[in-house]
Design a protein around this ligand. Structure first.
Ligand SMILES: [Zn+2]
Length: 91
């Protein structure tokens, strides 16, 4: 009976270690993203909110602003939004 308790405890410790490690890694990744955003290396995809490299290929120039997208899908959605805004009648 004691054997089972020891095995159970060991599994529990391994599980705890694994979960803690995973959380730590996620937090570190978050920090790296924050740093890159702060330094301007990463910009936010205005459609889905994903952070993408500033030098990404999928980009749209809208006036003075340059938007970078994670995928062509997002870019297309953004272009459609722009078109929709253009045809909105003036108040
Ligand atoms: Zn996107």
């Amino acid at each position: 009976m004691l054997k089972f308790i020891v095995i159970g405890l060991a599994l529990f410790i391994v599980y705890k270690l694994f979960m803690g490690d995973k959380r730590k890694r996620e937090m570190e990744q978050d920090k790296t993203t924050e740093k890159k955003v702060a330094s301007g290396e990463l910009v936010k995809d205005p459609v889905c909110g994903t952070y993408v490299n500033k030098g990404g290929d999928i980009r749209v120039k809208n006036g003075e602003k340059i938007h970078v997208f994670c995928s062509y899908d997002c870019r297309d959605k953004f272009l459609k939004q722009l078109e929709a805004e253009d045809v909105t009648p003036e108040e």
